[in-house]
Design a protein around this ligand. Structure first.
Ligand code: MN
Length: 247
């Protein structure tokens, strides 16, 4: 896909690259699917979610950061595209510069759109899978209907919600090894899938398991106090005082 050359104009306009060490951008972005979250201690601490699309990083400022709880819908303000090199940026933006404060790489990995991401950006609905060091699984970004809400700073904001999808286990029930469901595995109890091709572990020869009722209680083996040490050659004796050990 051709790169939209205007994608970074707003990003560059806001920054003085003779003062800030943030990347200016310009590398061709053929490395597809980078995902990153920055923790950014600027005026207000927030998290910046960035998803690579056509050579730049689509970016959302998430004031509270992501949540693994599907009922926590986190506000995500769509901000200007950032250059692909920003995925490797961690450091300090100098005082007085745009976004002044410390930037920490909180998570990084890859993202996989589940639907056409261009259409998703237009329609305001992105569904995707994250594969990062910290975050994984299915996520959604959904644009709020009442977009372009006026805020006190007089800036129009493009507000979305970042949501952890609830149903990862029900939507993706199959084994990543054998592509079977749990029912399909149950149907063939003797069938064991092994990644290495080795036979399934078996009991040592001669050992036969006996079917018994599950015990209601298991008694631990306890030491028994006695008055005299046992006799015979099969014992080693060691004197012991409480709190110290003589060797
Ligand atoms: Mn930020």
């Amino acid at each position: 896909m051709p790169r939209d050359t205007d994608d970074l104009s707003e990003y560059r306009k806001k920054r003085d690259f003779s003062r800030t060490r943030e990347p200016q951008g310009g590398l061709s972005g053929n490395s597809a699917g980078i995902y990153v979250i920055h923790k950014h201690a600027s005026r207000a601490l927030h998290y910046d979610l960035r998803l690579e699309l056509h050579g730049t990083l689509k970016s959302w400022a998430v004031p509270k950061g992501p949540s693994l709880n599907p009922t926590d819908k986190r506000l995500a303000v769509h901000v200007e595209d950032h250059p692909i090199e920003y995925a490797g940026f961690e450091g300090v933006i100098p005082r007085g510069e745009y976004g002044a404060g410390s930037v920490l790489l909180w998570d990084r990995g890859f993202w996989i759109p589940e639907e056409d991401p261009d259409e998703g950006m237009r329609k305001g609905s992105l569904k995707f899978i994250l594969s990062g060091r910290k975050l994984g699984g299915r996520w959604a970004l959904v644009r709020l209907k009442a977009r372009a809400v006026r805020h006190d700073e007089g800036e129009d904001k493009d507000e979305w919600l970042l949501i952890k999808e609830r149903d990862i286990v029900s939507k993706m029930p199959r084994s990543i090894a054998s592509n079977r469901t749990i029912n399909e595995i149950s149907e063939i109890p003797e069938g064991v899938w092994s990644a290495t091709g080795e036979a399934a572990p078996v009991l040592p020869s001669g050992a036969t398991a006996q079917k018994k009722e599950m015990p209601k209680a298991i008694r631990p083996q306890l030491a028994t106090p006695v008055d005299a040490p046992p006799e015979g050659d099969g014992w080693l004796h060691e004197s012991k005082d409480d709190g110290s050990r003589k060797t």
